[in-house]
Design a protein around this ligand. Structure first.
Ligand code: ACM
Ligand code: ZN
Length: 522
C-alpha cells in the first residue's frame, strides 16, 4: 500500500509487488523542474551503484494528458517512471510523489499508475520572521519541506512590532535600528537579524525553482512599532518608542491622517515590489486598535475629509488606498480578516482575505463573496501551528473543514500559520509544524471528502519514516494527539502568554497620550 501525503486523487494499487530500482547513474529527462529531484537522488541514492551505464529512467513529458495546471500522471512500468503533465509545475508535483514512493519503498519504485491534481489553488505556509529571525538556511529547509508536501505559497511575514526584517534602501534605519530587539519574552536576551535584498532574491529564486510563490507581508497600519521606533513621525503624536520587547497588541500604529505616512508606505512598497515578482503583497491589517486614531487631529481631519464615520472605516480607506497604489503597479493585495469587518463595505473587493475565524462573521463573509472577494482559510483553530497540540490536535487539523463554505469554488485555498513569539528555533518550529503541516497539505490537496483523522492515522507511520529521512523533529503521536492530561499541561504552559499581557502597560500609556492630546489643545 502506497502512503503518499498529500493523498493523490487516484492510485492503481500494485498487489504483486513488482517494480524497479533506481540507481545513482540513472538519469531524469533534463528539464528545469527536475533539478530538485536530481539533488534529492544525489543525496539519498548516491551510493546505490549498478554495473554499467545508467539510463534515462525518469521520463518527463509535457503534453495534454493532465487537464489541471498542476496536475500530472505518473506511470511506472517496464523499468521506468513516466510523468506527464501540461506544465512544468505539474511535472514537478509528479516528481514529489516519486520522491515519497522511493523513500517509502527503499529506493524501489512499485509499478503503479497515479492520476493527480489539487483541490485548492492556494496551498500556503506562513512564517513569522518578525518575532524571531530565521536564517536563510532554515528558510530553505522549510521551503524544501513545503515542496515535498506540494505546498505552493510561502507567505513571509517580514515586519512586526518586535522586529523589522527586510532591507529597505530608502529607509536604512528600519534594519539598522528596527531589526534589534532589546530582549525577547522570557528570553532576557537581545535578538536581531534581517534579510538583505540579495538574501530576499536568493529565497525567492529558491522558492521559484520549487514552484512556490512568495507573498511578502508588510503588516500595516498595526504591528508597526519597529518602524515607529525608527521614524517617530509615522505615529499619531510622533511617539518615541523602542522596538517592542513583549508580545501583545500595541496601541501605537501608523497615523492614517498624515500624508507622510502614505509616502513612507509607498516608498517601502516600491522596493518590495521590485523584489517579489509574484505580484501579490500581504498588507496585514490585523489588530489595528484605534485608540490613537480616536484622539489624533490628523486622523480626525482625514475622516472628515472623506466623510468617514468610524475609525474602522478609516482603516478600510487606508487599506484601499494602499491597494490602489499596488494595483497601479500591477500588484494585488491580501489582508487579514482577524476581527476586521467594521467598515468592510468600504474595502475594495479585490483585496483578498486570509480569514482567521468565521465565527459570527458568516453573513459578512457571504456578502463579501458576493462582492467577489477571494478568501483563504487561515482559521486559527485549527490552522495556527504555533498553538499547542492541546488546542489544535492532529485529529482536529485532519478533520477540519478546509473550505470556508459548502462550495469549494468559494475558497481560494488553505494556509498554515507559524507565529513565532514562542518559537525561537527550528527544533521547536518543526515539532509544532509536523505532523500537522502534513495534514494541512492533505486538506489543501486531496479530493473533497478524503481528508480525515481516520485516513491520516493509517498513513502516519509511513509519514514519520518520511520525516525521519529529512531529520525532522516532529511530534510523536502521543504528543500530536494528546491525552486529556497532556492537553491540560500543554495549554497551561502555552498560556504563560498571559504573563506577557500588555494590559497594564497599555492602560498607563493610553493615559499619557490622553493627557498629551489635551495639553496640545487638539
Ligand atoms: C493575527 O493572528 N494577528 C492575524
Ligand atoms: Zn493619526
Amino acid at each position: 500500500m502506497l502512503n503518499i501525503i498529500p493523498q493523490p486523487v487516484s492510485i492503481l494499487e500494485n498487489h504483486n509487488k513488482e517494480g524497479f530500482k533506481l540507481f545513482a547513474q540513472d538519469t531524469v529527462t533534463p528539464m528545469p523542474c527536475a533539478e530538485d529531484f536530481i539533488d534529492f537522488k544525489d543525496k539519498f541514492f548516491a551510493d546505490r551503484i549498478k554495473d554499467g551505464e545508467g539510463e534515462e529512467t525518469v521520463i518527463l513529458t509535457l503534453d495534454g494528458s493532465a487537464e489541471h495546471e498542476e496536475g500530472y500522471t505518473l506511470c511506472c512500468r517496464d523499468g521506468k517512471a513516466y510523468i506527464n503533465a501540461k506544465t512544468d509545475t505539474g511535472l514537478f508535483m509528479g516528481l514529489q510523489t516519486l520522491k515519497q514512493m522511493l523513500l517509502q519503498c527503499g529506493g524501489e519504485v512499485p509499478y503503479t499508475e497515479i492520476n493527480d491534481y489539487p483541490r485548492f489553488e492556494y496551498r500556503g505556509f506562513m512564517l513569522d520572521s518578525g518575532r524571531y529571525f530565521y536564517k536563510i538556511d532554515d528558510i530553505k529547509r522549510i521551503v524544501d519541506l513545503m515542496a515535498l508536501h506540494k505546498l505552493n505559497v510561502f507567505h513571509w511575514h517580514l515586519t512586526e512590532d518586535q522586529g523589522w526584517r527586510i532591507e529597505i534602501k530608502k529607509y536604512p534605519l528600519l534594519t539598522e535600528k528596527g531589526s534589534f530587539r532589546n530582549h525577547t519574552n522570557f528570553g532576557f536576551k537581545s535578538h536581531s537579524g534581517y534579510y538583505t535584498q540579495d538574501d530576499v532574491r536568493e529565497i525567492v529564486d529558491y522558492c521559484h525553482k520549487r514552484k512556490i510563490k512568495v507573498i511578502p507581508e508588510f503588516d500595516i497600519p498595526g504591528h508597526t512599532v519597529s518602524a515607529i521606533a525608527c521614524y517617530p513621525y509615522l505615529s499619531c503624536f510622533d511617539r518615541k518608542l523602542k522596538v517592542a520587547t513583549h508580545w501583545g497588541v500595541k496601541h501605537d500604529i501608523l497615523c492614517a491622517g498624515k500624508e507622510s505616512t502614505y509616502e513612507f508606505v509607498f516608498g517601502v512598497l516600491d522596493e518590495i515590489m521590485e523584489l517579489f515578482p509574484d505580484k501579490i503583497i500581504h498588507i496585514g491589517g490585523d489588530e489595528a486598535v484605534k485608540t490613537r486614531w480616536r484622539l489624533c487631529p490628523h486622523c480626525r481631519e482625514e475622516m472628515k475629509k472623506h466623510s468617514l464615520e468610524t475609525e474602522d472605516e478609516l482603516q478600510m480607506y487606508f487599506m484601499s488606498r494602499v491597494n490602489s497604489y499596488l494595483k497601479e503597479h500591477g500588484f494585488s493585495s491580501i489582508m487579514w480578516n482577524y476581527n476586521e469587518i467594521g467598515g468592510a463595505r468600504l474595502l475594495q473587493p479585490d483585496i483578498a482575505w486570509t480569514v482567521c475565524s468565521l465565527s459570527g462573521k458568516e453573513d459578512v463573509v457571504r456578502e463579501e463573496l458576493g462582492r467577489g472577494r477571494k478568501l483563504i482559510n487561515t482559521s486559527s483553530f485549527p490552522y495556527y501551528l504555533d498553538f499547542p497540540y492541546g488546542w489544535n490536535s492532529l485529529e482536529r487539523v485532519c478533520d477540519a473543514n478546509a473550505a470556508l463554505t459548502e462550495d469549494d469554488g468559494e475558497t481560494w485555498g488553505v494556509e498554515g500559520c507559524m507565529w513565532t513569539e514562542y518559537v525561537p528555533n527550528m527544533k521547536k518550529l518543526e515539532f509544532l509544524a509536523f505532523p500537522r503541516l502534513g495534514a494541512i497539505a492533505e486538506n489543501a490537496w486531496a479530493e473533497k471528502g478524503y481528508a480525515s483523522f481516520g485516513t491520516f492515522s493509517q498513513k502516519l507511520n509511513d509519514y514519520y519514516r518520511l520525516l525521519d529521512f529529512y531529520n525532522v523533529n516532529y511530534a510523536k503521536a502521543q504528543k500530536a494527539v494528546p491525552s486529556a492530561f497532556y492537553k491540560a499541561v500543554s495549554s497551561a504552559w502555552f498560556n504563560r502568554r498571559v504573563l506577557h499581557w500588555q494590559g497594564l502597560h497599555n492602560l498607563i500609556d493610553n493615559k499619557k497620550v490622553e493627557i498629551l492630546a489635551k495639553k496640545t489643545g487638539k
